[in-house]
Write a protein that binds this ligand. Sequence first.
Ligand SMILES: NC(=O)c1ccc[n+]([C@@H]2O[C@H](COP(=O)([O-])OP(=O)(O)OC[C@H]3O[C@@H](n4cnc5c(N)ncnc54)[C@H](O)[C@@H]3O)[C@@H](O)[C@H]2O)c1
Length: 243
Amino acid sequence: MTTIDMTGKRVLVTGGSRGIGRGIVDAFLAAGARRRERQPRRDHRRGPARSWSWRSCGRRAIVAAALAGLGGLDVLINNAGAGGATRLDKATEEDWDRVVDTNLKGAFFVTQAAAPALRQSKVCIVNIASVFGLIGVAGSSAYCASKAVVINMTRCHALELAPEVRVNAICPGGVDTDMLRALAVRIGGTVEAGYAMLSPDAAAQKRIAHVREIAGPALYLSSDLASFVTGSVYVVDGGETID
Ligand SMILES: NC(=O)c1ccc[n+]([C@@H]2O[C@H](COP(=O)([O-])OP(=O)(O)OC[C@H]3O[C@@H](n4cnc5c(N)ncnc54)[C@H](O)[C@@H]3O)[C@@H](O)[C@H]2O)c1
């Protein structure tokens, strides 16, 4: 059986502190990727940190810190993302800016900063988009629009960075994380009621995913098993968008 071996690979996962990003970090570490712990700047009693906030030090600085700490980069996972309602009758420009800045501009400018290092090591980028980038969802236009653009930006970057770098997108359906729990409460009043609405009987799998079910496809796309896969959009949604 073929197994995925990431021994020694240098991987940057944005938003890797929790949720899907954390699941991806754990999957890469289990496959042998290099662990780089870093002490937090202020409070050393909290133990090793594995993430940096780009609000505090900027996207370029995060990539520079990762490059300096790891000595290069083999894989970039653009995962950091923000949700939030943007109803037509209520949304402000600030609401739009927050979502677009995190989901879209974040992925673009982190990729821009990391691209030279990725070209050198000839590996890949995985953008975490969403099925909400493929379908319309009332009240979520900023989020849906940002993810739709991430999907098409993936194709643009696959052409722009070819042939050295492969660039692919994953479109998860509902995954049990803080982000989805917040959405579930917003639409259903409780997490359970919201999850029932988000995983309808019409979906093939009829359930919400665990983060490791997104981490697996991310690991595959980052590996040599996917050496001819670029510009692709992987829908990992338990059949939510089949019809
Ligand atoms: N959970 C789902 O159902 C689902 C479905 C489809 C796509 N996604 C996407 O998966 C990705 C991860 O989402 P999640 O569900 O794990 O959410 P989450 O809220 O649990 O985690 C989001 C991560 O992004 C980071 N982040 C948010 N805003 C940031 C900012 N401005 N700067 C830097 N980091 C920031 C957070 O610190 C956190 O680590 C997102 O891009 C999200 O849009 C999630």
